[in-house]
Ligand binder design. Structure first.
Ligand code: DP6
Length: 357
């Protein structure tokens, strides 16, 4: 019998991935860049057991059990509209690819496996749960089957953004140009300790399941938005180099400006999608206003917001303004907002403050 457990953190993109050039291989139309958070507050955890005594493959996702033996693959394909089955289909594909990459003489390669995956934060509420979940699964499988090399390309096949959660610190996912997808991989550009004062706050506005998942939303954007092409061809190539430089130089003012502009442009594309996919709500917009007022008061950017496919705000800020900004948020949003996680980058000493109202 062999057991492995892996923990993978959420990543928060500052240059958003939105749109695919190949849906099957999950190849993006633009490069993206994110920071991977510490594993202590928001993460996925996967345990895999393999034993000659197991009669069938099994997996539990957040406590729900589902058999995923090959006989079910057909169901997954026919019922692919259901996210759950999409997950199982990706699971089978990922297991197949990891096994293909490992040493085929491993004595337990043909034993059945039992997988138990869970997130410690809301699934599908625009909080990058799938990224952490798939990265964790691939990580755990790679550990089980003793794979050492590249695995971000396999994580990408579960969910695009998952390939960035395979690494800690600042990570860039290169879109690649090959149709095979071989060059569409994630690469770390700087470690978390490169910018030790950096902090991330996650302001949970609403943790209900989002109306349009990212996959559907970005497909509609590619089909109907005219802005999306302008962004991928004329904006991102320069923007990604600029933010890369700002991170390497630890220039927060510039970093914040690019992060906020990119979040705004991503949501402008969502609005330019027909019918529009609207993720931000009034509270999200109030947070945007608050951040701009705060930065104006400070006479330079001290705080940056970014929103994924949901209303929840991810706030990048430096340690020096964390307490002051938190007090203002607490004062302005007394009830409706639930500040769930005061998160820190992987590798940093943790405070582990979780503020709930
Ligand atoms: C807005 O990685 O969830 O969070 O590849 O279809 O599974 P699929 O999409 P997913 O999209 C994430 C979109 C985003 C931006 C980002 O994380 O870069």
């Amino acid at each position: 019998m062999k057991i492995v457990t892996a923990v993978a953190p959420v990543n928060i993109a500052v240059i958003k991935y939105w749109g695919k050039r190949d849906e099957k291989l999950i190849l993006p139309i633009n490069d993206s860049l994110s920071a991977t958070l510490s594993t202590d507050v928001m993460c996925a955890k996967t345990t895999i057991l393999t034993s000659p005594d197991l009669k069938e493959n099994k997996f539990w996702l957040n406590g729900k059990e589902q058999s995923f033996d090959n006989v079910r693959l057909k169901n997954c394909l026919t019922e692919s509209k259901l996210n759950y089955n999409k997950y199982i289909f990706a699971l089978i594909l990922i297991i197949f690819l990891v096994k293909k990459r490992c040493n085929s003489t491993l004595p337990y390669i043909n034993w059945k496996i039992a997988i138990c995956s869970e997130n410690n934060f809301p699934t599908a509420a625009g909080l990058a749960s799938s990224a952490a979940g798939y990265a964790c699964l691939v990580y755990a499988l790679a550990a089980l089957y003793e794979i050492d090399g590249e695995i971000s390309d396999i994580a990408r096949l579960g969910s695009g953004s998952a390939c960035r959660s395979v690494y800690g610190g600042w990570v860039r996912w290169q879109k690649g140009i090959l149709s095979s997808g071989e060059d569409s991989i994630a690469r770390p550009i700087a470690s978390a300790s490169h910018w030790p004062e950096m902090r991330v706050l996650v302001l949970v506005v609403n943790d209900n399941q989002k109306k349009y998942g990212s996959t559907i939303g970005m497909n509609h954007s590619v089909e109907t938005s005219t802005l999306i092409r302008y962004r991928s061809e004329s904006v991102i190539p320069q923007r990604i180099e600029e933010i890369n430089k700002a991170i390497l130089e630890r220039n927060f003012h510039k970093f914040a400006e690019i992060t906020m502009k990119d979040s705004n442009q991503f949501h402008a594309i969502c609005l330019d999608t027909y019918p529009p996919c609207i993720y931000m709500n009034d509270v999200s917009h109030a947070i945007v206003n608050l951040v701009h007022h705060y930065n104006t008061y400070k006479e330079e950017n001290k705080v940056a917001y970014t929103f994924d496919a949901g209303p929840n705000a991810c706030i990048y800020l430096l340690e020096s303004v964390l307490q002051e900004f938190l007090s203002i948020v607490n004062y302005i949003f007394p009830k409706p907002m639930d500040i769930k996680a005061n998160d820190y980058f992987k590798g940093l000493p943790l405070d582990q403050t979780i503020i709930k109202k």
